[in-house]
Design a protein around this ligand. Structure first.
Ligand code: G4P
Length: 542
């Protein structure tokens, strides 16, 4: 077996056209930077919706719990927003975009991280007045772990924004990535007239009167072209010339390899709400963005052009229809040409599954997926067999790697309001654990469960969902523990440690041992007394 290369191949001109035309990406941003607005414009230009204003999912940060529950009721819409497919045509080339939604709220960050395992690139949206914000930075770090190529969109240029060099410097310094301007803004705030497209030498002019109108573009033969003066006021033109000269001297030129390796990000300036700069960004993804990439797996990586179908579950959404307790597993196809009705092997259980009702998500609609190619995201309705991290193949025992599970930062114990219904609670907790909505630990001593989440809002959401979906009122109470660490190491060493520390041990819903404590001192003690045992804050899902 050949050794796994450290870096995945990025540039694939030899891919079959059906696969080569696919672009699977996510948008990352700090809440309020404009992700929802940008998504909506993508769908508009992708022909997936007819007019702006149809995507009502608002930035999640501003969602209160009641908004969240209302959204839950309306699951059809929120689920279809998890992955959206649409076409983008550029000249004679028709691209298929798969946009995977990353929930923006920090309470759901684990879900967000996992989502990023399903994409080949990310668009980072920043607010031109605010620059790099905390959530952008966090999400960026995850992209970096995966060496994802990043395209940057600096939004809200129609408003007072920071100096262009300052924004670029901030990205370079805070995120330690080189930045190359794909476009350059002309004027700022009220005086913003548009951008100079450095990749195609043309002028893009913003129409403030019509927010849904695509920018007018004027072909320009370089910065000395007299046509520039017809469209740009003289003082802005002088500044533009000066700034571009400086930019060319100080900033790196676009280099596709550096971009694909994740060490250089091209930046576009625009205004999503005014539809400005959006199509240029889409063209950037189409022309330079990576096609479906090989996926890391054991015992070998999976290349998209392989003839056989293989894919992995990166997200599970349950109770889309509470009457049927059905779940939809979102599968990223890693290779091959999938056709509806195919029988695939569910590697974990070694059972065959006939995939007869796969769904494809098109903006607010979903439809039966008759086929899918490497890079596509399909939803598979099931009754709980499919879990995050599971592989589906045409028989090969593949295990996709790199889908992380994070240690929860908040732990609480949970009790059923009605003790007779403890069984229902077990079932509900199992379901949430499988969905990845919470970690559920069963202590080795005593009864009950300890539930761990990444953000506090999740306890409330869980309590509401258990009541709504299982008719069971529950109470979350402070637990004696505050940290959870997965226990790794040779069986004998792990068993010995567990035997001596039973009061700290619990098992997660896969049966793996977890060390619970409220003191860092305990963690240090275990590491000192049991040198073969490792306590870790993440666990790779199988
Ligand atoms: P998010 O998903 O990243 O959280 O951001 P979202 O798109 O919801 O945008 C956040 C706010 O910023 C919205 O205003 C939106 O209209 C505004 N916005 C988005 N793009 C631009 C832009 O290019 N220029 C300007 N000036 N504003 C922009 P809101 O008042 O919070 O909501 P709404 O009532 O306008 O929907």
């Amino acid at each position: 077996m050949p050794p796994m290369p450290d870096t995945l191949q990025t540039n694939r001109p030899d891919l079959p056209p059906e696969i080569g035309r696919r672009r699977t990406f996510a948008i990352i941003s700090h809440p309020d930077a404009g992700k929802t607005t940008l998504t909506e414009k993508f769908l508009l230009y992708g022909g997936a919706i007819q007019m702006a204003g149809q995507v009502r999912a608002k930035g999640e940060a501003r969602r209160t719990r009641s908004d969240f529950m209302a959204m839950e009721k309306d699951r059809g819409i929120s689920v279809s927003a998890s992955a959206m497919s649409f076409d983008f045509t550029r000249g004679d080339d028709a691209y298929r975009f798969n946009l995977v939604d990353t929930p923006g709220h920090s309470d759901f960050s684990e879900d967000t991280y996992r989502t990023l395992t399903a994409v080949d690139a990310a668009i980072m949206v920043i607010d031109g007045a605010k620059g790099v914000e905390s959530q952008t930075q966090k999400l960026f770090e995850v992209c970096r772990l995966r060496d994802l190529p990043i395209l940057t969109f600096c939004n809200k240029m129609d408003r007072e924004s920071r100096d262009t060099f300052e924004i670029i410097d901030e990205i370079q310094e805070n995120l330690a990535i080189d930045v190359t301007p794909a476009s350059w803004p002309i004027g700022r705030g009220r005086d913003f007239v548009g951008c100079y497209d450095l990749l195609h030498d043309r002028l893009e002019l913003m129409d403030r009167a019509d927010r849904n109108k695509v920018a007018e573009t004027v072909a320009i033969a370089g910065l000395d072209d007299p046509r520039l003066a017809e469209h740009v006021p003289a003082e802005l033109l002088d500044t533009l010339r000066e700034e571009l000269e400086m930019a060319r001297e100080l900033l790196p030129a676009f280099d596709r390899d550096a971009f694909l390796e994740g060490s250089l990000t091209p930046i576009w300036f625009g205004s999503a709400i005014n539809s400005f700069g959006v199509q240029e960004l889409m063209a950037g993804i189409a022309e330079y963005g990576p096609p479906p990439q090989p996926q890391r797996a054991e015992p070998r990586q999976v290349a998209p052009e392989e003839g056989k179908v293989a894919g992995f579950v990166f997200k599970v959404q349950a109770n889309m229809d509470p009457k049927h307790r059905d779940r939809v597993a979102f599968v990223r196809l890693a290779s091959g040409h999938f056709e509806r009705g195919m029988k695939l092997t569910h590697v974990r259980s070694k059972k065959q599954m006939a995939i007869s009702n796969p769904v494809l998500f098109l903006a607010a609609d979903r439809e039966l997926a008759e086929e899918g190619w490497a890079g596509d995201i399909i939803g598979i309705p099931n009754h709980g067999q499919l879990r995050i991290g599971d592989a589906l193949t045409e028989g090969e025992a593949l295990k996709f790697t790199g889908i992380p599970s994070f240690a929860p930062e908040l732990l609480q114990s949970v009790r059923a309001g009605d003790p007779m219904k403890a069984k229902h609670l077990d079932k509900a907790l199992d379901q949430f654990a499988e969905e990845g909505a919470a970690k559920v630990f069963k202590p080795a001593i005593g009864s009950g469960h300890i539930v761990g989440v990444v953000g506090a809002l999740q306890f409330e959401v869980l309590a509401s969902r258990i009541e709504l979906e299982y008719g069971l009122p529950v109470r979350f109470e402070p637990s004696q523990f505050t940290s959870a660490r997965w226990v790794h190491g040779p069986d004998a060493a792990v068993d010995k440690m567990i035997e001596k520390n039973k009061q700290h041990i619990a098992h997660d819903n896969d049966g793996d041992p977890v060390f619970l404590t409220r003191l860092q001192w305990d963690i240090d003690r275990i590491e000192r007394d049991y040198p073969d045992v490792r306590l870790s804050a993440t666990k790779e899902m199988m």
